[in-house]
Each structure stands twice: as structure tokens, then as C-alpha cells.
Design a protein around this ligand. Structure first.
Ligand SMILES: Cc1ncc(C[n+]2csc(CCOP(=O)(O)OP(=O)(O)O)c2C)c(N)n1
Ligand SMILES: [Mg+2]
Length: 365
């Protein structure tokens, strides 16, 4: 059996591509109009930010950038089920998740602009730094969840990663440990069907990612990742199970990366234009949600334009303010390695500082 996306079943969907929702589930989940609008605002804001950042990279104003366009529903639907005291352990593609959890745009810009402190989330936020090592964050997330279990903090850890990460040893070790120790963790895999230029079928022989949960004795769920309502439902249920002490869940959110892997990549070299166009023109998560919201009388074309302008102004203002800052001195590179300063690194930092000052003196002489 195939669903409206033409994909294999067992994929949970609450909102179809015509913009029709399963009203009974909405009621059951207590999704009211305010929450629907909140979901939409975060998705649209994410889209505006993503577009702006791609342009900034093209203009040489930030470093390499990895677009998350097309994955907004998976990120917003899942992140909105978490409490502030829950932990988020992201990869590099979850900017929207991190911002929902409280990370401000300025912090994200600092990272993209290469500030050494830019990948250090504020101390009062239960958010881990961006992880670029594929799957490296999975055992770390399990450790965090185990610690919060031992401390009886009642917090849940949401660990995000891509389809490619499921081929790494860290994924399997992490899931096994989490299940054996029954730790409160939700593994949220954004299956965007590509690991740079490697398609899913070339990196695994199993039919789905969610079925891998069976081997570890945990719940596995496959969800339409372009359906914000379904992503909200399955994550909410997984978070509740974890909070009740019933252990981890593996969620596979089936979605699609509409753009290139990063600005250092060119998807035209390995993907068919028709495939990309299908997902961009017919399966876009934001367009689908807009259809639904319009039918419900919660959104108009004019309203969309007003929101876009509002978000654009907000982003412009943050960028303008940020670009007034001078770049960080190079010796700051030593400041973010260890929690406490290390004498050898301190020595190296002083050396670099002195040599920079020496260069400046020679330059001015
Ligand atoms: C351990 C490791 N191996 C290889 C890489 C190079 N690399 C960077 S992104 C990537 C693909 C990851 O694909 P996926 O997990 O599906 O995430 P996506 O980029 O699609 O969100 C690879 C192989 C890396 N960063 N870390
Ligand atoms: Mg991927």
C-alpha cells in the first residue's frame, strides 16, 4: 500500500497534500488555532532566514552554509513538543529546532561567521553545540539522557540526525545502550533521502529506517516529515513515553533536502531535476500547511506577505547589528576547547597574542 506521497506505508500522516487534516486527531492532540499559527510562523520564519543566509554566503558575508529548506515541518513539529528543561542535541541541519528552543539568530550568525564562541550555546539553555561529525552526537545524547535519569530531572533528550548517520557505528551503539538502560531519549532522524551525493538505497539495504528500532527493542515510528501535524503527534507521544520512563523511540521523518547539501555542493551533479522539482513544487511542507490554514480561515495571501516582510525586517536588523562587530581575535581559538583553561594552551595563547601585537607594531613602524 502507498500513501498520497506515493511512498511505502506505515508512514503516519495527519495532513494530506490537498491540505485536508484529520480533525479527530487535532482535537485529541489539543492542537488549537494558536498552536497552528505558531507552527506556521516558525516554519515561515525558518524559510525566510534560510533564504537570507544562502544569499549572505553567496556575497561572502558568512562561511559555508547548509540549507534546511524543505525540512521545516519535521523540525517545527518535533521541536514544539519539547519543554525548556528538555535537552536538544542537534547535527548541523537543525537551526530551526535550536531557535525554537531559544537560540537567538545572533548566536547562529556568530557560528556561521566563524566566531570561536559561535558554537557555544548560552549556559542557561539545554542545547548542545552543532555536531558536524556524523552520528557523533548520538552517544552523547544517550549520555545526557542517562544523566538526567540518574538525577531524576524528568527531562527528555531529543537527538537529531540524518539518514546517513544511521550507517555509522555511533548510531547502533547509541540506540542499543539507550534501550538497555531505558533512558529518556527521542531519536529523531530526518530522512531527507540523501547523504550528500549518496542516495538512501545505496547506503542501506533495509526498507525503512524506523524498522531498525525493532532490533534494539524500542518503538520505531515512520512519519511523513513534510506534515507538521504528524511530526508533532509522533514526537509528542515519544516524549511522553520517555517522560513516563518507558524508554527511547526512533522516529524516521521522511522528508527531502530541496537544495544542495551545503554551499560547497552542487546537487545538479547527482540528482535528477524531475526528482527535485517534484518535492519542491508538489510536496513542499510549507505550501501544504498554507493550503490547510487558508481553508480554515487562519491565513490569507496578504497575511503571508506581511509575515514575510516582518521576518525579513527582523533578520536584516540582526545582521546589520551583527556586522558592526569586529571579528574575534585569532587567539580566542584557545578559549573554547576545555571548560577550565589548560596551562599549555594558555601559554600558546599568550604566544599568539604577543606575536600578533608584534606584527601590528612592525606594521605601524
Ligand atoms: C564521521 C563523518 N564522516 C563523514 C563526514 C562527511 N559528511 C558530512 S555531511 C555527510 C552526509 C550526512 O548525511 P545525513 O546524515 O543524511 O545528513 P544530511 O546532511 O542529509 O542532513 C558526510 C558524509 C562527516 N562529517 N563525519
Ligand atoms: Mg540526509
Amino acid at each position: 500500500m502507498r500513501n498520497t506521497l506515493g511512498m511505502k506505508t506505515n508512514m503516519i500522516q495527519l495532513l494530506n497534500e490537498k491540505g485536508e487534516a484529520d480533525e479527530a486527531s487535532l482535537k485529541e492532540l489539543k492542537i488549537d488555532n494558536d498552536l497552528l499559527k505558531k507552527m506556521y510562523h516558525f516554519m515561515l520564519r525558518g524559510k525566510v532566514i534560510d533564504k537570507k543566509f544562502l544569499n549572505l554566503q553567496r556575497q561572502g558575508r558568512i562561511g559555508t552554509y547548509g540549507s534546511y529548506r524543505g525540512q521545516e515541518a519535521a523540525q517545527v513539529g518535533s521541536a514544539l513538543t519539547l519543554e525548556k528543561h528538555d535537552w536538544i542535541v542537534p547535527s548541523y541541519r537543525e537551526a530551526v529546532v535550536s531557535m525554537i528552543h531559544g537560540l537567538d539568530l545572533k548566536n547562529f550568525l556568530m557560528y556561521l561567521k566563524g566566531h570561536f564562541g559561535g558554537n557555544r550555546p548560552p549556559q542557561n539553555m539545554n542545547l548542545m553545540p552543532i555536531q558536524v561529525i556524523i552520528a557523533g552526537q548520538i552517544p552523547q545524547a544517550v549520555g545526557i539522557a542517562w544523566a538526567s535519569k540518574l538525577k531524576a530531572e524528568n527531562s527528555v533528550t531529543a537527538c537529531y540526525f540524518g539518514d546517513g548517520a544511521t550507517s555509522q557505528g555511533d548510531f547502533h551503539e547509541g540506540l542499543n545502550f539507550a534501550s538497555v538502560m531505558k533512558v529518556p531519549v527521542v531519536f529523531f532522524c530526518q530522512n531527507n533521502q540523501w547523504a550528500i551525493s549518496v542516495p538512501l538505497e545505496k547506503q542501506m539495504a533495509s526498507e525503512t529506517i524506523s524498522q531498525k528500532a525493532v532490533a534494539y527493542g524500542m518503538t520505531g515510528v515512520r512519519v511523513d516529515g513534510n506534515d507538521v501535524l504528524a511530526c508533532y503527534k509522533v514526537t509528542k507521544e515519544a516524549v511522553e513515553r520517555a517522560r513516563r520512563g518507558e524508554g527511547p523511540t526512533l522516529i524516521e521523518a521522511v522528508t527531502y533536502r530541496q537544495g544542495s547539501h551545503t554551499t560547497a555542493d552542487d546537487w545538479t551533479k547527482y540528482r535528477k531535476r524531475e526528482e527535485v522539482e517534484l518535492w519542491v513544487n508538489q510536496r513542499d511542507p510549507i505550501a501544504r500547511f498554507e493550503k490547510f490554514l487558508k481553508k480554515r480561515g487562519l491565513l490569507t495571501d496578504q497575511g503571508i506577505q506581511e509575515l514575510i516582510s516582518q521576518f525579513e525586517e527582523e533578520v536584516e536588523a540582526v545582521i546589520e547589528e551583527f556586522e558592526k562587530l569586529s571579528p574575534p581575535p585569532s587567539y580566542e581559538v584557545f578559549d573554547y576547547v576545555y571548560d577550565q583553561p589548560h596551562p599549555e594552551l594558555q601559554k600558546q595563547k599568550e604566544e599568539l597574542k604577543n606575536s600578533i601585537q608584534g606584527i601590528r607594531r612592525d606594521h605601524h613602524a
